[in-house]
Design a binder for this molecule. Structure first.
Ligand SMILES: Cc1ncc(COP(=O)(O)O)c(C=O)c1O
Length: 391
């Protein structure tokens, strides 16, 4: 199958990890030689309850037996989607109460950018350097990493960049600005947290000039940082919240949430202001509903902060310069790119899955399932320390 993978399935790098998967369960992925890999990555933050969580699998199977796709988004009343949107509203601060379900994170970003333009009648979008918001044209336009987008220009006009956490740059947000889009915690940049009340200051500036604040919680959201959404740590409520990855519990999803008044703008002038065939798909919504129910009703969020402490206690080594991030969204900062690569690849040989961050070559990603046990954390960290000692 390996040669067929390289021949028939399009690649995104010349050197994919190319592990051949047999099955996955809990915190483990198994290859076709039945070798077990402890998963410290969780499909890049997309499987908060681990692999094949019984409640998620059950919800999917129950829905499979009822119906699959029946109509394009928004026309028919389908219980899994309605209940999912309602549960999100129940767990979000007012006025974030109406959710639009789509199929991926980048698509949710596209919807959020459109809504900001439609609501303000303005065109300028402000984003941050080193931001990652997805790979479609609009999302790529607000990506703050020129090297990865140069080949695809021209992109959206009227996009300006500011430096995350730099207060002076907030002067660039003006009455021309439709929306400011930020990751609550910058992911690809190296798990950079907002400092000195930064997000609250961005919020105040947006209010002063009538711009909308869009927070991208595709990675930190759904409990990973110890709260359901990262913004809850930073005294700042966005106008538009963008969600994805972990919400689906292992199924493809994206969502953007705003006030009912804002969201209603997508129904007129023009009507069908944002449309999708498969958004709100019943099987995926059922998976997401089971995932969100489990996360909001269990101790997993509180435990994420305890597990962070365990990681920080165990991962002490002269090569680990810093551990960035919050909860179970952690990045180990290595002295060089070379060491990062060696650690990730050698750990995989030793049965531990780690991964890179998009734009920070010295960072090693640790984003395990929230369900990971303390024993599994201890086991994985001992592999990391062993590998670091061997370098
Ligand atoms: C912060 C952030 N925004 C947007 C996206 C895009 O999501 P998707 O890959 O589902 O389109 C990602 C994916 O990694 C992300 O981490």
């Amino acid at each position: 199958m390996r040669s067929e993978f390289f021949k028939y399935q399009a690649q995104t790098t010349t050197h994919p990890l190319a592990m051949t998967i047999s099955h996955a369960h809990g915190s483990y992925i198994y290859d076709t030689n039945q070798k077990a890999y402890l998963d410290f990555v969780a499909g890049v933050s997309a499987i908060p309850l681990g692999h094949n969580h019984p409640k998620v699998i059950k919800a999917i199977k129950v829905q499979l037996d009822k119906y699959l796709h029946v109509m394009v988004y928004g026309e028919y009343i389908q219980k899994p989607a309605v209940e999912l949107c309602k549960l999100l509203a129940k767990n979000l601060p007012y006025p974030l109460e109406t959710t639009y379900l789509v199929n991926s994170g980048t698509e949710a970003i596209e919807g959020a950018l459109k809504l900001a333009k439609r609501a303000t009648g303005r065109s300028e979008i402000i984003s941050a350097f080193n931001a990652y918001h997805g790979n479609t044209m609009g999302s790529m336009s607000v990506m703050g990493y020129e090297e990865r987008k140069q080949a695809f220009r021209p992109l959206l006009p009227d996009v300006r960049f500011i430096t995350f956490n730099k207060e002076e740059d907030l002067d660039h947000i003006t009455s021309k600005t439709a929306g400011v889009i930020l990751e609550t915690i910058q992911g690809g940049a190296g798990f950079i947290e907002p400092k000195n009340n930064y997000l609250a200051k961005v919020r105040a500036k947006c209010d002063a000039v009538g711009a909308l604040l869009i927070l991208d919680e595709i990675q930190p959201g759904i409990g990973r940082t110890g709260k359901l959404f990262g913004f809850e740590h930073y005294q700042c409520i966005p106008d538009i919240l963008v969600i994805g990855k972990g919400l689906g519990g292992g199924m493809p999803i994206g969502a953007f949430t705003a006030s009912k008044d804002l969201m209603d703008l997508l129904t007129e002038n023009p009507k069908l202001g944002h449309i999708t065939t498969f958004g709100g798909h019943p099987v995926i919504a059922a998976s997401a509903l089971a995932t969100l129910t489990e996360i909001t009703e269990s101790e997993l969020m509180a435990q994420a902060l305890e597990k962070e402490l365990l990681f920080r206690e165990l991962l002490v080594h002269p090569f680990i310069n810093e551990i960035r991030g919050k909860g179970l969204m952690l990045a180990l900062m290595m002295p060089s790119e070379d060491i990062t690569n060696k650690v990730i690849l050698t750990c995989q040989e030793h049965g531990l899955i780690l991964f890179w961050l998009l734009f920070e070559p010295k960072a090693i990603r640790i984003t395990p399932p929230l369900t990971i046990s303390n024993e599994e954390i201890i086991k994985g960290c001992s592999i990391i320390i062993h590998v670091l000692n061997s370098i």
